[in-house]
Ligand binder design. Structure first.
Ligand code: ATP
Ligand code: MG
Length: 614
């Protein structure tokens, strides 16, 4: 199923990615060839009754719907969906919604939208693979009763403090809870009381019974269930006990027949419990009373693999901290163009292809890595270079008056049409017809950048100064004659004479030699535009390293709003359309505000070259 999936990764040599090697090895060994899949998640008997799995591997992206996706999630999305695409598999979108407190429908919707925006989808073999972990609560409960019956789980009534103290630490083994020796029958009765709401929140937990002396603290009887009276967005008030993440996640993977469960490095120490739990639920055993129990899951079981998380310089990727930036008003919302959320990056003008390229190029390794922000910007420039239409905008306008205009053209109000290619020839891919030309006017007054005039030019200055010839790009050559100033000495108008018969694209264009070509927009057809000049949100490369207060690192100048003058083709932009403003960099028509009430609004995406840290 390669229907709607991006194919940009297919052509080039793959970057270092140990996960690809693992999947290749598994495919050669045929590890997952005999699996059956019933078309929907379920236990061993459900899948046994299904078809041979048409997916050669199954992966999943399992966000908790408690915030907006950020660039780190994009890494995980592209990794999982990309591996599924490349290895004949399917990637599930699973909402890991086992925690009733912080999850909201708003986040569910936003997550779906952004995964699709990145170019992926979860439909394959005729069915949707969008799942909710909360739909597995019944199975999780049943599995917990199995563990209790087998003497592998018990209800612990110690206080959280007692539990913490008796867990020990790296140098000290844990101490058994006084409740550890209860019989399965006692534990089962207690657990059912927990479920039935007979005990207050936090009064007791269900714990696995593994090994309080294990060198891996995660195996010292980890908690499986807690009591929490909270209305869940999916299951409402049906449950007052909720599974812990470490218990729920392996089960979710197994019910969905995931083959490769990819997570970030901090879960490495959880892997032994992941395997322990799934093995216990898969095996069939005979209880002392002669009953055969178990067999809830089917082999081959999912396997967990950990990779290094993506960290981007000048960026924070903790949902909690991003929420704080929004809640405290440091930014204007989750989709503020300075935010590293996918919604923010999209509004800033980032393209899905650029983000996918960053994710692909950074591969997957077993160590956490820091990626320089300029790498992401570079991926974007590579993408926009051949796509973004060109246009002229004057960001710091001052008027240039062509004093001999009426003399040359017969009337001061005469305007002359000019055309320029929407993309330079070098940017049009071979074999493709160039897009239509842009049209704009030239008249007796044009806007130029204030920095393009110097009455007394510094050494090497080639732009406008008295006596110098300069081309108005795509228009005429002009000869500067001086300027007027206000009482403060500020230049109010730059003065020049137009040189007749020198218009770009006419036979006379080369008759005089101009020292430089400058960008400009005619007063006659220029349109004022609000331009939002964004800079990095933080002034330190690792704003939250070592538990630092990241708010201290906020860049006070991360947003500057100016009024620019843009040529008509830019003013006619569609929301979200990206342009290269000649010499200034890449800009996008703001997807929310552009066009509202007739306003023209652009966001600066990035400069033309890497200007970060310079
Ligand atoms: P946060 O700490 O910001 O809440 P999280 O990892 O808890 O992030 P989840 O919604 O649980 O957020 O994440 C969904 C998936 O995205 C997980 O598999 C997680 O490992 C992965 N992920 C999150 N951040 C990164 C990152 N910086 N690099 C790579 N993968 C990431
Ligand atoms: Mg999480």
């Amino acid at each position: 199923m390669s229907d709607h999936r991006p194919t940009d990764a297919a052509a080039k040599p793959a970057p270092a990615n140990f996960l690809r090697a693992i999947i290749e090895r598994d495919q050669q060994a045929g590890t997952y060839e005999q699996r059956r899949f019933a078309g929907s998640p379920g236990d061993a008997s459900h899948h046994a009754a299904g078809q041979p799995d048409p997916a050669r591997v199954r992966l999943r992206f399992p966000p908790e719907p408690n915030g907006y996706l950020h660039i780190g999630h994009a890494k995980s999305i592209c990794l999982n969906f990309g591996l599924a695409r490349d290895f004949g598999g399917v990637c599930h979108l699973r909402f890991d919604d086992t925690n009733p407190e912080k999850e909201e429908q708003e986040y569910v919707d936003a997550i779906e939208e952004m995964v699709q925006w990145l170019g992926w989808n979860w439909d394959a073999h005729g069915t949707s693979h969008k799942f909710y972990a909360s739909n597995y609560f019944d199975f999780m409960y049943q599995a917990a009763e199995l563990l209790i019956e087998r003497g592998l789980a018990y209800v612990d009534e110690q206080t959280p403090e007692q539990m913490r103290a008796s867990r020990g630490d790296f140098s000290k083994p844990g101490v058994d809870s006084p409740f550890r020796g209860r019989t399965p029958a006692e534990n089962l009765a207690r657990f059912r009381e927990m479920r039935d709401g007979q005990h207050p929140d936090g009064a007791m937990v269900l714990r696995a019974k593994i090994d309080m002396a294990s060198p891996n603290i995660n195996l010292r009887d980890p908690a499986l269930y807690r009591i929490r009276r909270a209305t869940h967005h999916n299951t409402g008030d049906k449950w007052c006990i909720y599974p812990m993440y470490t218990y729920a996640h392996p089960i979710e993977d197994a019910l969905e027949r995931i083959s490769h469960s990819i997570c970030t490095l901090e879960f490495e120490d959880q892997r032994p419990f992941y395997d322990w739990l799934l093995e216990r639920l898969a095996e069939t055993v005979t209880l002392p009373d002669g009953r055969q129990v178990g067999g809830l899951l089917q082999h081959p079981l999912p396997k967990q693999y950990e990779f290094g998380r993506l960290n981007l310089s000048y960026v924070i990727t903790s949902k909690r901290k991003l929420k704080q930036l929004v809640d405290e008003g440091h930014v204007q919302g989750w989709d503020d163009p300075r935010m590293p959320t996918l919604a923010g990056l999209r509004r800033r003008g980032y393209t899905p292809a650029a983000i996918r390229k960053m994710a692909d190029d950074s591969g997957a390794s077993k160590t956490n890595s820091w990626l320089d922000y300029s790498v992401l910007e570079g991926c974007l420039r590579d993408d926009l270079e051949h796509k973004a239409h060109r246009g002229m905008a004057v960001l710091d306008p001052v008027k240039l008056v062509l004093t001999n205009w009426a003399e040359v053209f017969g009337a001061p109000g005469y305007t002359e049409p000019c055309t320029q290619p929407a993309l330079p020839a070098s940017a049009v891919p071979e074999g493709q017809t160039p897009p239509p030309e842009r049209q704009f006017l030239i008249g007796n007054e044009v806007w130029i950048e204030r920095e393009d005039f110097e009455e007394t030019p510094p050494k090497g200055y080639k732009r406008l100064f008295p006596g110098n010839l300069v081309r108005l790009k795509g228009g005429y050559v002009v000869e500067c004659t001086g300027c007027t100033r206000d009482a403060n000495g500020q230049v109010t108008e730059v003065l020049a004479k137009v040189i007749p018969d020198t218009k770009s694209g006419t036979p006379g264009a080369d008759s005089v030699k101009a020292k430089a070509a400058i960008t400009w927009v005619a007063v006659a057809d220029g349109v004022p535009a609000e331009v939002r000049l964004y800079d990095r949100l933080f002034s330190e490369p690792q704003p939250d390293a070592g538990g630092k207060d990241f708010l201290q690192a906020l860049n006070p100048n991360s947003l500057k709003v100016i009024t620019a003058i843009v040529e008509p083709s830019l003013a006619a932009a569609q929301p979200d359309q990206k342009f290269q403003f000649e010499r200034h960099g890449y800009f996008v028509a703001d997807r929310k505000d552009h066009g509202v009430g007739g306003k023209v609004v652009f966001n600066r995406v990035t400069g033309l070259k890497d200007s970060w840290g310079k």
